[in-house]
Design a protein around this ligand. Sequence first.
Ligand SMILES: [Fe+2]
Ligand SMILES: [Fe+2]
Length: 193
Amino acid sequence: MTVKDYEEIISKRMKFARFKHSKNVAKEAVRLAKKYGADIKKAEIAGILHDATKETDADEQMMLIQKAGLQLSELERSSPKLWHAISGSAYIQVELGINDKEIIDAIRYHTTGRAEMTLLDKVIFIADFTSADRDYDGVDKMRKAADKDLDEAVLEGMAFTISDLAQRKLTIAPDTFAGYNDMAAQKAKHKSK
Ligand SMILES: [Fe+2]
Ligand SMILES: [Fe+2]
């Protein structure tokens, strides 16, 4: 299947605004992949598909997760906002027959991040923050960071996510803490060298 095929498929699963966001994330992911040496094709595919199940019924998402043989933790189960990343990674396997682990993982962790993120994980995580349609306090700072240093941008993105969730007294995924600690520790190590 081509990226055009994927566009066609997901356009029927979501409203136009989210479809445009998906196209923007794919475009930004390609730009970042070129800049930082990630696989361009995989970046484009993961970008276009990253929110494939964001507007999918909870029941269908749960079915996809089950079909792909994935298990939700207690915290994931009680955090519907985290479902689409997990069900999205299930959807591309079960419905689209994608078995590329890098693409699957980049979608699985696009919201939370995780420890030891791959280059593709980072590209998709950041592209979702800096795509052309994004407009939030701090987006300029994120775009600048993304152009300067991908790791620094990921750390910034995780710090943003953690403080935003904490301020709203919402649950924070252990993967996000693990990712934050991993990137912060790497930064400290670089500094002390
Ligand atoms: Fe998402
Ligand atoms: Fe997104």
